[in-house]
Design a binder for this molecule. Structure first.
Ligand code: SF4
Length: 308
């Protein structure tokens, strides 16, 4: 289905449900500690006809969007338009964005609308080496929408990134991947049991997706991201497995993993869990100490990986 969709120019206006939401929110001020944008406040969201909405989402004309913002020095190089999509198959204990779990909770936004917005910032992207990042939630929950937006971005000459757990890597067609310059690959643990404890899902699809990226001769650059949670992901062997995996990707295609980001756990997502009435398992967990973070970064560096 994605291949069929990609034969059409993504900017080509297509018939849409008349009540599709127009994306017209103010640009957000960059914030170092944010995990999602400030939403799509101010939009008049109307109920779409169920069948029209499904059809538009199936072919990527319409996506379910949580929020978006302009940021610098996060989510990839330069200044970026980061779009957070709704829907995620994982249930990470430390998730900052539990309000993105369900696709139905997002706002219906057209790919054309996003691309029109994206085009306004081309000069900013060019000046800063920035571009577009599709995040979530899980971007590959909406592969047709992602593919259409990524294709449109490339036709605008804009650098593209996706932030993904890789769990749904099979949803990414080769055509979609050809339009991705950078993958922010969130490897949430290296030990399968720990991965399941952290996410509720299996590790293997993530590993397979990363290998597939590395095996592409013209594949994207990869930044591996690892959230360090004391008492959950900090076991030496668990970290070692992630580091060895990242190094393995560079063994497949040298230069694949150009950066590892060790992200210290923090409690900024707790309020969202409580507001949503969800049980939050990490109430008593503290952020890692500087010493622990240094130890973990040193483990990655020992594998020859540029680590932050
Ligand atoms: S993959 Fe991301 S959005 Fe999904 S549950 Fe994990 S942290 Fe949250």
């Amino acid at each position: 289905m994605a291949a069929t969709m990609l034969r059409q120019h993504p900017c080509t206006p297509l018939p849409l449900p008349a009540d599709a939401v127009r994306l017209d929110v103010p640009v957000q001020t960059p914030a170092v500690a944010r995990r999602t944008g400030a939403g799509v406040d101010g939009l008049q969201v109307e109920e779409l006809d169920h069948h029209d909405r499904l059809a538009a989402m199936r072919d990527g004309r319409l996506g379910s969007v949580h929020s978006w913002e302009l940021v610098t020095a996060v989510d990839g190089p330069g200044t970026r338009l980061t779009v957070f999509l709704n829907g995620c198959p994982l249930r990470c204990l430390y998730c900052h964005n539990p309000d993105t779990f369900a696709m139905r909770d997002g706002q219906p936004v057209t790919s054309d609308e996003l691309l029109t917005r994206l085009a306004r910032y081309r000069a900013v992207f060019a000046a800063t080496g920035g571009g577009l990042t599709l995040s979530g939630g899980e971007v590959l929950m909406q592969p047709a929408f992602a593919a259409r937006v990524l294709r449109g971005a490339k036709e605008l000459g804009v650098h593209t990134a996706i932030d993904t757990s890789g769990y749904l890597g099979q949803n990414a067609s080769d055509a979609l991947l050809a339009d991705v310059d950078l993958v922010l690959l969130d490897v949430k643990s290296g030990d399968p049991d720990t991965y399941r404890r952290v996410t509720g899902r299996d590790l293997e699809p993530t590993l397979a997706f990363g290998r597939r990226l590395a095996e592409r001769a013209d594949g994207p650059e990869v930044w591996v991201r690892f959230v360090l949670v004391p008492g959950l992901t900090d076991d030496v062997d668990n970290v070692e497995r992630v580091a060895a995996y990242a190094a393995e990707l560079n063994g497949i295609r040298p230069g694949t993993v150009t950066r590892v980001e060790v992200l210290p756990f923090h409690q900024m997502g707790r309020d969202k869990w409580q507001a949503l009435g969800r049980d939050y398992a990490l109430d008593d967990t503290q952020p890692p100490t500087a010493e622990l973070t240094d130890r973990v970064r040193a483990q990655f560096r020992a594998h020859g990986l540029t680590t932050y």
